[in-house]
Ligand binder design. Sequence first.
Ligand SMILES: O=C(O)CCC(=O)C(=O)O
Ligand SMILES: [Fe+2]
Length: 307
Amino acid sequence: MEIERDKHTSLLAETIPIVDLSNLDEEQVSRAVVKASEEWGIFHVVNHGIPMDLIGRLKEVGAQFFDLPETEKNAVAKQAGSKDFEGYTTNLKYVKGEVWTENLFHRIWPPSCINLSYWPKNPPQYREVIEEYTKETKKLSERVLGYLSEGLGLPREALIQGLGGDSTEYVMRINNYPPDPKPDLTLGVPEHTDIIGIAIIVTNEVSGLQIFKDDRWFDVHYIPTAITINIGDQILRLSNGKYKNVLHRAIVDKEKKRMSWPIFVDANPDVVIGPLPELITGDNPAKFKPITCKDFKYRRLLKLPVE
Ligand SMILES: O=C(O)CCC(=O)C(=O)O
Ligand SMILES: [Fe+2]
C-alpha cells in the first residue's frame, strides 16, 4: 500500500468546532455538540472541567513509561497469540506503508474488567494518575453522550444505555510516535474510523491528527487547554446515521516526538448495537442492522461487510 499524503493540508485555515463547556446556557452547549457531531464527527471541548494539572500528570506518566528500556516496557507486553488487545506493542520500522508507533492499551473501567497485569508498575504513580483521570473522563463522556441523546429527541441516558449502561468499557490507549527520519514513508496510524462509541483524546504539543471531510484532509490543531472528542462507529449506528464517525489518521514528525492519549468508550462484546428503536419511523427507516459488538468488531477487523 502506498501512502498518499497531501503536501499542504496544514495550510487550511478551517478548524474543527470548539465547544466551550463552561457556557451556562446548557441548551446552547448541547446544540453545539450536536451540530459538530452531525457535520464533523469531531470537536474540541474547552473549559471541560478536567484539571489541567491532572492532564499534565497523565502526560508525564505516559511519557515516562515510553522512555523506559524495551525490556521494562515488555513487562506489560501484549501476549503473542492473545485475542485480546491489552498490553504494550511496538511497531517501529521503516517499511513503506507501515505504521510508526508503539502503544499501550488497557481497560480502565468498570473495575470488573480491569486486568492490572497490563498496567505499568513504573512509573510508580501510573496507577493513581490513571484512576483519577478515568473518573474525570467518565463524567465528561456521560455529559457529551447526554447532549447527543438530547439531539436525538431522547432522554439524556438514551445513548449511555444504548452503549450498555454500567457495562460500558473504558479503555486507555497511549500512542507514542518517536521522531521518524522518514515521515513520508510511514503514518502513525493509517486512516480509520474508531470502532467504539466515542473517543476522548489529549495529545502532546506536536500536531499530527488529521481528519477527512468534504473530500480533503484537515489538520486538527493542537490547543493546549482542549480535549478532542471523536464520534465512532457505535454512535453512528445507535443514532441511525445522524452523528458521523469521523475518518482520521495520525502523521508523524521528522524531528519531534508526538504522543496521544485517547480513551475509548466502548460497548462490551455482548451488547447489540443498532439504531435506537425510538428513532425508527416510516420517515426514518433503520439504516443499520443490529449486531453484537463482538461480531461487529470481528467483521470490521477482517474487512467483511457489515450491514
Ligand atoms: O494519535 C492520535 O492523535 C489519534 C490516534 C488514533 O486515532 C487512535 O489511537 O485510534
Ligand atoms: Fe482513532
